[in-house]
Ligand binder design. Structure first.
Ligand code: FES
Length: 117
């Protein structure tokens, strides 16, 4: 049976917040008015990814004529151990395809952010 934790929106800083549910550490983040929850375990070597800084990332692609552009400001969390970047909205690593970080459903209920595990 799922367990849940409820946080007030104002208790989630821009840097995100770590909560513990069922023995798991989970990072809760706000991006563009929506909330996301990611397991605080980096896919690289298990580092505490959700305690990393919130950032954007450099992108170089045909659409920008192969010039570097800074994108996704506020949507990326950077693992503090070896700087792997993850998209908070999806849990996906920007550098590697394959499995994303584990994500959990989040809903807004009466002004509270509810994470279900
Ligand atoms: S443990 Fe996260 S980048 Fe290495």
């Amino acid at each position: 049976m799922a367990e849940e934790v409820s946080l007030r929106e104002e208790d989630i800083p821009d840097s995100g917040r770590i909560v513990k549910i069922r023995g798991l550490e989970i990072g809760v983040f706000r991006v563009g008015g929506s909330y996301y929850a990611l397991l605080n375990r980096c896919l690289h070597q298990g580092g505490p990814v959700c305690t990393g800084r919130i950032s954007g990332t450099l992108l170089c692609r045909a659409e920008s004529d192969w010039k570097f552009e800074w994108v996704k400001e506020g949507e990326i969390v950077v693992c503090p151990w070896h700087s792997m970047e993850y998209d908070i909205r999806t849990g996906r690593s920007l550098a590697y395809s394959g499995n994303p970080l584990r994500t959990y459903p989040v809903e807004l209920r009466d002004g509270n952010v509810v994470v279900k595990v």
